[in-house]
Design a protein around this ligand. Structure first.
Ligand code: ARG
Length: 458
């Protein structure tokens, strides 16, 4: 059989053109969605009396057979048939005969492909939400073990104030929580039905779009056929949410790379999540977090790629739109792979509490607390800040930390100091007194974990 659109042509398509314009090498991923859309469409055609119901039934059975073949990997997709839509239609006609040609009544590949993409993203978005929850669960599990574990908190990658390690981990929980919300919200727009828009202007047949929407589980029907066939906002939205998710994964990965370095040694990634060097026998490399960080780049590329494709496109369908697919598949697969690795990597990492603790003992991250101490004794914060700055400088010059200074040394800087200063300066105390809502005190962190577990439905 020649091209489905061959009627007005007098020459064969140039082979290079055929290859260049075909999308079957990648859009075969939409086979399931394409068949689901066709099944709903043909049922509607039958019920509306647009085609005889016997014909609708034969087409339906043919489609179900093809669906089975696709599931069994028995279909050989052909470049000559360009894309998934025409590959399946041709197969259908081969199976059920010329009646198969009635399937495309009142439909175009333009509303068909848009529908496939909506269906695909709906499934993938729902699956990704679940994968994000697995990562959140892993974070909560580690956090529960480490409410009392202290780690230096940083700003500018300089020691700032000690925090609970659980608090640090839970910061990522909330990033992923917002990502999940974004994905859930995007489903509202993924759930708009394009089918029934025809090539761009609607159709002359008395179709029932409401029925198709119901059969396919769409909540809204595009009210404008031209918008329906050329809208790719829902993909842009997915790509941008995907980029934000990868940004979060990348930041966490960067911390894991830093923390597992010899210089930090705050955590050790499980052997099963690291790789070695072909030349340096001592190496245990954090390839997984590095690659997660690295893969973030391609998801940004996919977003910028599609934004660039869309800008300047006149209405309605243009072949440029076929470029919406590979980036979308790539971001979906990148997210799936990344989230699947992240959860067990977090679960299995070893946390070196003692190293973290030693780090805190050897820094000035309790300096703010002496300032607050003097403020409580009535000194304006600015003056306190100045005095503590001088104390820190003095301590550095004398190779001491704040807990090493004698009471006399403190009194030399201010007579407001009393013996209780040492209690105030202990790292446990420094963390425990940050008990404001959302702060790092164990009490607040416990509350936070409780809230997180409620979010996970635990
Ligand atoms: N393979 C095409 C795509 O992905 C399907 C739509 C083709 N429509 C057309 N009028 N050529 O965009």
């Amino acid at each position: 059989m020649s091209k489905l659109w061959g009627g007005r042509f007098t020459k064969e398509t140039n082979k290079l053109v055929e290859e260049f314009t075909a999308s079957i090498s990648f859009d075969q991923k939409l086979a399931k969605e394409d068949i689901a859309g066709s099944l709903a469409h043909v049922q509607m055609l039958g019920e509306c009396g647009i085609i005889p119901s016997e014909d609708a039934n034969r087409i339906k059975n043919g489609l179900l057979e093809i669906k089975q073949m696709v599931e069994n990997n028995e279909v050989k997709f052909l470049v000559e048939d360009e894309d998934i839509h025409m590959n399946i239609e041709k197969l259908l006609i081969e199976k059920v005969g010329p009646v198969g040609g009635k399937l495309h009544t009142g439909r175009s590949r333009n509303d068909q492909v848009a529908t496939d993409m909506h269906l695909y993203l709906r499934t993938k978005t729902t699956e990704l939400i679940k994968l994000i929850e697995d990562v959140q669960q892993a974070l909560v599990e580690q956090a529960k073990e480490h409410v009392q574990t202290l780690i230096p908190g940083y700003t500018h990658l300089q020691r700032a104030q000690p925090v609970s390690f659980a608090h640090h981990l839970m910061a990522y929980f909330w990033m992923f929580e917002r990502d999940k919300e974004r994905l859930i919200d995007s489903l509202k727009r993924v759930n708009w039905l394009p089918l029934g828009s025809g090539a761009l202007a609607g159709t002359t047949f008395p179709i029932n779009r409401g029925l198709v929407a119901e059969l396919l589980g769409f909540e809204t029907i595009y009210p404008n056929s031209m918008d329906a066939v050329s809208d790719r906002d829902f993909i842009l939205e997915f790509l941008s949410i995907g980029s934000i998710i990868m940004t979060h994964i990348s930041r966490l990965s960067e911390e894991l790379v830093i923390w597992s370095s010899q210089e930090f040694q705050f955590v050790e990634l499980d052997d099963s999540f690291c790789t070695g060097s072909s030349i340096m026998p001592q190496k245990k490399n954090p390839d997984v977090p590095e690659l997660l960080r690295g893969k973030t780049g391609r998801t940004y590329g996919n977003l910028i790629g599609l934004l660039t494709v869309l800008k300047g496109l006149p209405l309605a369908y243009n072949k440029d739109l076929q470029e919406d697919k590979e980036g979308m598949f790539d971001t979906v697969e990148t997210l799936e792979g990344s989230l699947k690795l992240l959860a067990p990597m977090i679960e299995t990492m070893t946390v070196n509490k003692d190293v973290m603790r030693k780090a805190i003992n050897n820094d000035f991250s309790n300096a703010t607390d002496i300032a607050d101490y003097l403020v409580r004794k009535g000194l304006p914060f600015r003056e306190a800040h100045e005095i503590i700055g001088k104390i820190v400088l003095y301590a550095i010059q004398n190779q001491k930390f704040l807990l090493d200074l004698s009471f006399n040394e403190y009194q030399a800087f201010s007579l407001l100091f009393e013996e209780d200063i040492y209690k105030v300066l202990s790292p446990e105390n420094v963390v425990a007194v940050r008990n404001s809502f959302g702060g790092t005190s164990p009490e607040q962190v416990e509350q936070q974990i409780k809230l997180a577990e409620e979010k996970l439905g635990k």
